[in-house]
Design a binder for this molecule. Structure first.
Ligand code: SF4
Ligand code: SF4
Length: 184
């Protein structure tokens, strides 16, 4: 885990996060239940409850440039375990949005690239096409062969469809993307 060095603070940061996530940060009493239950805590540079403290201190740049916000998979375990109903998963989601919209350096660009592949697949087909997602991700990462044998095994066991399955109401799906501000 990294230590926190206070360089620059932003007083509005906590308000911004609360507005986007609809979470009340003042309810957090740092009991560590969220961090204790997070399956990815060991790999994070800051534990989830530490992220809340950093937001309260206005450490915007440090938070938005952290790996933690990208290693979070949105599993909701933390939100379910919080005794004070602080929605940590929504907070992490808001922080990712802010990091993208405000052009912060993304600490884990490979993870963002994977998210984009998934979203693009849903935009095109209305469902995820796992083979296409994996291929596009691998091409974007210039890493074509590291999982090649695993991919072949999945194809052999029919875990990957060669062709995408498409929803009938593709216009409906696209209108959802329009409502949320489009796709980059
Ligand atoms: S579980 Fe809730 S109250 Fe406890 S540290 Fe996490 S966010 Fe704060
Ligand atoms: S939602 Fe994110 S922070 Fe919360 S437990 Fe899951 S991975 Fe950890």
């Amino acid at each position: 885990m990294d230590t926190i060095e206070i360089i620059e603070t932003s007083g509005d940061f906590a308000k911004q996060v609360e507005k986007l996530s609809h979470a009340n940060l003042n309810r957090c009493w740092h009991c560590l239940a969220c961090s204790g239950g997070c399956p990815f805590a060991e790999d994070m540079d800051f534990l989830p409850n530490v992220i809340i403290r950093m937001i309260q201190f206005g450490l915007k740049e440090k938070v938005l440039k952290s790996s933690t916000i990208w290693l979070c998979v949105g599993c909701n375990t933390c939100s379910m375990e919080c005794p004070n109903a602080v929605d940590m998963a929504a907070i992490m989601d808001s922080l990712r949005q802010m990091a993208i919209l405000e052009h912060y350096l993304i600490a884990e660009p490979g993870i963002l690239s994977f998210h984009n592949s998934v979203i693009n697949s849903i935009f095109r087909h209305g469902r995820t096409h796992k083979l296409e997602i994996m291929m596009k991700y691998k091409i974007a990462e210039k890493d074509l062969f590291s999982d090649f044998n695993l991919g072949l095994k999945m194809l052999a066991k029919k875990k990957l469809d060669l062709l995408p399955s498409k929803v009938k109401d593709k216009k409906g799906i696209k209108s959802l993307f329009n409502l949320s501000g489009g796709i980059s």
